[in-house]
Ligand binder design. Structure first.
Ligand SMILES: [Zn+2]
Length: 371
């Protein structure tokens, strides 16, 4: 067997397993995999009103809800109605930002509410931040959670069919065999690889089931406190940076290790809810958590709180790039990043998990000051 095929097939199957980095878009087989991946992703999108059967009565139709306010926030970050989501991070290596731009009406949407129940977000949709902080902080944290809730279910749908639709698909295998421009591995070797891909799949689905269970508990907590108007059950650290119209974010985040790299959140039981919003000439950062989790999170929160503004910007840059999803950049501002900064951003986005003993802040980058 030639070296080239040895190199080719393991990476092919690993890509099928880990599905992230398809950087060589000139390769026909890679393109087939990427297309299949994208089709399966689309088919897997989950739709569900998170407030169905709730105190707010029956639902009407599910809509494409914005997880980041369209008129007030995305407007401020758009260039000719386009914004830059940081989701397709691997492609940032190619630094063709123009291809990654997305119309602001399509950006950050998720199918987590019906038209009627999406109205619950009026106090953060229609009114600028500050008029009723307790309620608004609650709703920002709630919406960050809801996006994660729906995304997790979409990922579950995707992965539960992945092995049969993707790895163990004779049809796809036939297409790949036909189009491979170098000889691919023998059938029996491929079959052997599938058996351990399947083992990983079983393990992954176990993890997913735990995650979905945890999300159900959080949904119950959020919906109950919303109903009883116990907004104080969410605590929020509010920061303000003198950065104008750079980026926005709405994301639930899991941080496992602290500033020294000490593990304090092993099973990711204590989530944070992060909202970054341009307000006037500044950028507001809201870091929220359940009051019942404050004992576990207050040390980290206090370090952030007691840091100077410059340090806070660096800390938040690290958290955003390494731990958050659903980040929207102003394209005009993003183009100001030099190649070195873009490599740091892309590298941080690629590595989505904290390694053991890894301190929270490792990247020398301030994404609030593009350069
Ligand atoms: Zn509904």
């Amino acid at each position: 067997m030639s070296n080239s095929s040895e190199e080719f097939i393991p990476s092919l199957y690993d890509k099928m397993i880990d599905n992230t980095s398809y950087t060589n878009s000139n390769n026909k087989v890679t393109r087939i995999i990427v297309d299949t991946h994208n089709q399966n992703r689309k088919k897997s999108i989950h739709s569900e009103c998170i407030l169905k059967d709730s105190f707010l009565g029956s639902c009407n139709g599910i809509i494409n809800a914005h997880s980041i306010q369209n008129s007030g926030i995305l407007d401020k970050l758009s260039e000719n109605n386009y914004v830059l989501p940081l989701d397709n991070f691997t492609e940032l290596f190619n630094i063709d930002i123009e291809k990654l731009l997305l119309g602001k009406n399509e950006a950050t949407i998720f199918r987590g509410f019906c038209k009627k129940h999406d109205e619950v977000f009026r106090p953060i949709e229609d009114i600028e931040y500050g008029y009723n902080k307790e309620l608004q902080n609650y709703l920002f944290a709630y919406r960050a959670f809801c996006k994660r809730y729906i995304d997790s279910k979409s990922s579950y749908n995707y992965y539960s069919k992945r092995f049969s639709d993707f790895v163990d698909s004779e049809k796809l295998e036939g297409v790949i065999e036909k189009h491979a421009d170098i000889p691919i591995q023998r059938k029996e070797i491929r079959e052997h690889k599938k058996t351990y891909t399947n083992k990983r799949q079983v393990k992954r689905m176990e993890e997913f089931n735990k995650l979905l269970k945890k999300n159900e508990q959080l949904k119950f907590i959020f919906n109950t406190n919303l109903e009883k108007q116990r907004y104080f059950k969410i605590q929020t650290l509010e920061l303000e940076f003198s950065a104008k119209n750079i980026l926005a974010c709405s994301s639930m985040i899991d941080i496992a290790t602290d500033f020294q790299g000490k593990l304090f959140n092993k099973n990711l039981k204590y989530p944070l809810f992060l909202s970054v919003l341009p307000v006037g000439d500044t950028t507001k950062v809201l870091i929220s958590y359940l009051k019942t989790h404050s004992t576990y999170l207050e040390r980290i929160i206090n370090v952030i709180k007691n840091s100077n503004v410059h340090q806070q910007e660096i800390i938040l840059s690290n958290i955003l790039i390494k731990n958050a999803n659903n980040i929207i950049f102003n394209p005009l501002e993003f183009r100001k990043f030099n190649e070195k900064s873009i490599k740091i951003i892309a590298g941080g986005q690629l590595r989505r998990t904290q390694s053991t003993n890894e301190p929270l802040v490792t990247l020398k980058l301030n994404i609030f000051r593009p350069q």
